[in-house]
Design a protein around this ligand. Structure first.
Ligand code: 13P
Length: 340
């Protein structure tokens, strides 16, 4: 892919009013999600569920790309069309999760390092042949007693930068995802502090590894209170602190920023994104979404593994996609939730 194509792909990922649907759950993660609706994580059930997500009529109006898992990249729709081809036909770009998961970081109790660099050049070449336009790598930063340490942040940022450089070499846009987890009891200000140092370190490493910022998408957490924190910051505070943190750390040359939902409720993830775009309409980059749970939760519950629920499940997904598309424009209101 030429430089122009990489730039075009990156810009199309964050086109006005569009975002990314993350459906790249690994085997252990999809099992957890299926356990919640008491269905077994078999190859057939995973295919049926991803088929529903991928072939949802009308989704292309709000969704620019979907992040797939390796298995999904090689599966077909019910009529035998490979999933990547089914997406391309709708005008949706296939993306692929290429990291091999977060493992314990030696010498750093409670902290993780994302693996998957070995052999990545060859895997990227294959994914490109299968139709991938962009790839995702998730680094996990945990907030806790005395953590994160500099060693963990630097190791993860370095791996993200090496992955991003390999992606661009292969003609694939890297979606660089440093995720500061929101599961602890920390305040929003602690999240701000950790997110700021993480993003600074990541962009420093991207520069060191000669990654072209114009051909990169950032996927990050919002600056938010830890789930177990007694005082939960309101929507406006989350929006303002997230935007301030990004303005201080992210180069203006970046084509766009998308957020993960990280365990926020579906409606709150939408409301936060909307508040950022409504109150801060003149940022250097578009702010959009790349949610997994916050787009899929209602859909998955509605489906419950039963084919007779397929249309209702697809409608639930489309509703969340539409709400988040409007949130990209700052035009979402919670009245839209009552119409369902
Ligand atoms: P959540 O929106 O469920 O956090 O997932 C997004 C994602 O892709 C995490 O890597």
């Amino acid at each position: 892919m030429s430089a122009q194509e990489l730039e075009k792909t990156a810009q199309a990922m964050v086109a006005k009013g569009k975002g990314i649907l993350a459906i790249d759950e690994s085997f252990p993660t999809i099992k957890k999600r299926f356990d919640n609706i008491t269905i077994e994580s078999t190859e057939g059930n995973r295919r049926a569920y991803r088929d529903l997500l991928i072939t949802n009529p009308g989704g292309a109006e709000y969704i620019s790309g979907m992040i797939l898992f390796d298995e999904t990249m090689r599966q077909n729709t019910a009529d035998g069309t490979p999933f990547p081809e089914a997406l391309i036909k709708q005008g949706i770009m296939p993306g692929i999760k290429v990291d091999a998961g977060a493992k314990d970081l030696a010498g750093h109790s409670g902290e993780k390092i994302t693996e998957g660099l070995d052999g990545l050049r060859d895997r990227l070449a294959e994914y490109r042949k299968l139709g991938a336009k962009f790839a995702k790598w998730r680094a996990v930063i945990t907030i806790g007693d005395g953590i994160p340490g500099t060693g963990c942040i630097e190791a993860n940022a370095h791996a993200l930068a090496r992955y991003a450089a390999l992606c661009q070499e292969a003609g694939i846009v890297p979606m660089v995802e440093p995720e500061v987890l929101m599961d602890a009891d920390n305040t929003i200000d602690r999240c701000y502090e950790v997110t700021e140092i993480t993003l600074n370190t990541v962009f420093n490493q991207l520069y060191r590894q000669r990654v072209t910022i114009e051909h990169t998408i950032l996927k990050t957490n919002m600056v938010i209170s830890g789930k177990k924190c007694k005082t939960q910051a309101g929507i406006q505070e989350v929006a303002d602190k997230t935007v301030r943190c990004l303005l201080r750390t992210v180069p203006a040359a970046l084509p766009g920023i998308v957020f993960l939902s990280g365990g926020q409720s579906s409606q709150l993830a939408t409301a936060h994104l909307n508040a950022m775009n409504k109150m801060h309409p003149h940022l250097p980059w578009p702010l959009s979404f790349s949610y997994g749970r916050a787009l899929q939760d209602d859909c998955l519950k509605t489906w419950a593994g039963k084919s007779e629920n397929l249309a209702a499940a697809q409608a639930a997904l489309l509703h969340r996609e539409k709400c988040n598309s409007l949130a990209c424009l700052g035009e979402y209101t919670d009245k839209m939730e009552q119409a369902v």
